[in-house]
Design a protein around this ligand. Structure first.
Ligand code: BG6
Length: 500
């Protein structure tokens, strides 16, 4: 798939946290690999800065993120030659004149990227249209979370749809751009041995966990409004769930994949009323030690209300009501200031029905297939083997499914740019997705119905929390979250993977 050239990438929120930490490093890496054809990048921001100041800010951010092996002055120079900066008050239609002067009306490949708060999306789209900047071939990437509930998401969707057709809209969830997520699809749908085991007859339960050791950082303004459920659960974790649970699409084509994901979301058992208390745990970090350093509680972070009820942790038990998954719990968990940064999908198979060996802890010896998305990417299969020596003692053994480097548990990571065992750099998620959006490939982006069904399913949970006076359960920073999250599995006789 090629990017039509020349392209114009217009980045709203061009100096925001996302642009600096993820988008510009991704563009730099595309440049480093010479994957960007002729084209320009126009960053839009609120501050009246000159290009020199902007470029130095971007350079600092890029080189902070990219590991030393990939820092190349020549590639950086090629990237900045493409960058311009325009200061625009995005809610003021007249302010877009400065942007109009920057754009080439004949450009065949214009991509707008809305990396601002989503309540601004409608205004930005309207003002772009008022200034004649949206063409038939223009596309727009919308960052998550889109809205804060179903009604607001529908309103944003409706407004943006006045100016862009659904085929022009790319709703991004960067977890879908991670290499292991795509590998999960290949593993599932290109191997008969896994797919034939992939159901309630063989699988005991599935855990999907995204833990972060970082706290809220400098994003309190955003995070206080959003919380872990809207920031991570409603999108990243649900998307991972869809990829794990969906039926094989008939083709690797955008709508075929998205149709199957929608079916999973529509089959989720509603969690409402008393079920919310029993199946969803929310927590908020207290003081503690993270990576050896004492850290403050969430309520003492800069910009956070000292009485805040915003959750920084969510764990939940989810069920899918269809033939393949009936009775198989999916345990989802995410949180900030947890014991380590990791993202894992653990598929735990059923225990053997009867053991002829003396096995201690039979339940923890069940086979597991573990997809690790970060910090290192890779796949492991946990099996049992005979312990060398006399007798027939059984012990767990782990098979790494990374063909490049079977001796390593996982692929190796170096400062954010992972490389497989043979030294091939694994592309960053945003790198892949920016490329796909520029190349007009929507397969890994969300369709409107997918997003709406996701909001529809989470809305009762968010509404119940909003109406409740109770605060999220506190947990010590640097731990694995509140005790209630451990109990959520313990009451089903199960353990989170790190405890097993
Ligand atoms: C973003 C969230 O979508 O994902 C952040 O807004 C979170 O709060 C980030 O830190 C995690 O992404 P990754 O790829 O670093 O795991």
């Amino acid at each position: 798939m090629q990017i039509e050239q020349p392209f114009e990438l217009v980045l709203f929120g061009g100096l925001g946290d996302l642009a600096l930490r993820k988008l510009f490093p991704a563009l730099y890496l595309l440049e480093l690999d010479k994957r960007l054809p002729q084209g320009r990048i126009i960053a839009i921001g609120r501050s009246d800065l000159d290009l020199k100041a902007v470029v130095s800010k971007i350079k600092q951010a890029v080189f902070d993120q990219v590991n030393a092996d990939h820092q190349c002055e020549m590639s950086w120079q090629s990237l900045i030659a493409r960058i311009n900066y325009v200061c625009v008050d995005v809610q003021n239609a007249k302010a877009y004149q400065a942007l109009t002067l920057e754009l080439d009306q004949q450009c065949p490949n214009r991509l707008f990227y809305f990396a601002t708060a989503s309540f601004l999306y409608a205004d930005i789209a309207k003002n772009l249209e008022a200034n004649g900047l949206i063409h038939k071939a223009s596309k727009v990437v919308l960052e998550k979370p889109i809205g804060h509930d179903l009604a607001s998401a529908q309103a944003i969707n409706k407004s943006v749809a006045e100016y862009f057709d659904e085929s022009q809209i790319y709703r991004i969830d960067h977890y879908l751009g991670k290499e292991t997520v795509q590998n999960l699809m290949v593993l599932r749908f290109a191997n008969s041995i896994f797919e034939s085991q992939w159901d309630q007859k063989n699988i005991d339960h599935i855990q999907i966990s995204i833990s972060e050791s970082l706290g809220v950082e400098k994003r309190a303004g955003f995070y206080e409004q959003v919380g872990a459920f809207r920031d991570m659960m409603q999108n990243h974790l649900l998307q991972l769930l869809c990829i794990v649970a969906m039926e094989p699409p008939a083709k690797m084509e955008p709508d075929a994949v998205r149709d199957e994901k929608v079916k999973v979301i529509k089959a989720l058992r509603p969690i409402e009323g008393k079920d919310i208390h029993d199946n969803v745990i929310r927590g908020q970090y207290g003081h503690g030690v993270s990576e050896g350093v004492p850290v403050p509680r969430y309520r003492d972070e800069k910009g956070v209300d000292v009485k805040s009820h915003t959750e920084t942790f969510v764990a939940m038990k989810v069920e899918i009501e269809n033939w393949r998954w009936a009775g198989v719990p999916f345990y989802l968990r995410t949180g900030k200031r947890l014991a380590e940064r990791a993202c894992e999908i653990v598929v735990q198979f059923k225990e053997i029905p009867h053991s002829i060996f003396s096995m201690q802890h039979k339940e923890t010896m069940a086979n597991k297939l573990i997809f690790r998305l970060q910090p290192d990417e890779g796949i492991r299969l946990q099996l049992c083997e005979k312990k060398i020596g006399s007798g027939m003692k059984v012990r767990p053994m782990t098979l790494s499914l990374n063909p490049d480097n079977p001796s390593q548990d996982y692929m190796q990571i170096q400062g954010g740019q992972e490389s497989s065992g043979n030294g091939v750099r694994v592309p960053e998620a945003y790198e892949r997705l920016l490329f796909d959006a520029l190349a007009s490939n929507p397969t890994l982006f969300l369709r409107d119905d997918e997003l709406m069904h996701a909001w529809d399913w989470v809305d009762p949970i968010l509404a119940a929390w909003q109406d409740s006076d109770s605060a999220p359960e506190p947990y010590t920073a640097g731990s694995w979250g509140p005790a209630a999250a451990t109990l959520l599995l313990a009451k089903d006789g199960r353990l989170w993977n790190e405890n097993s």
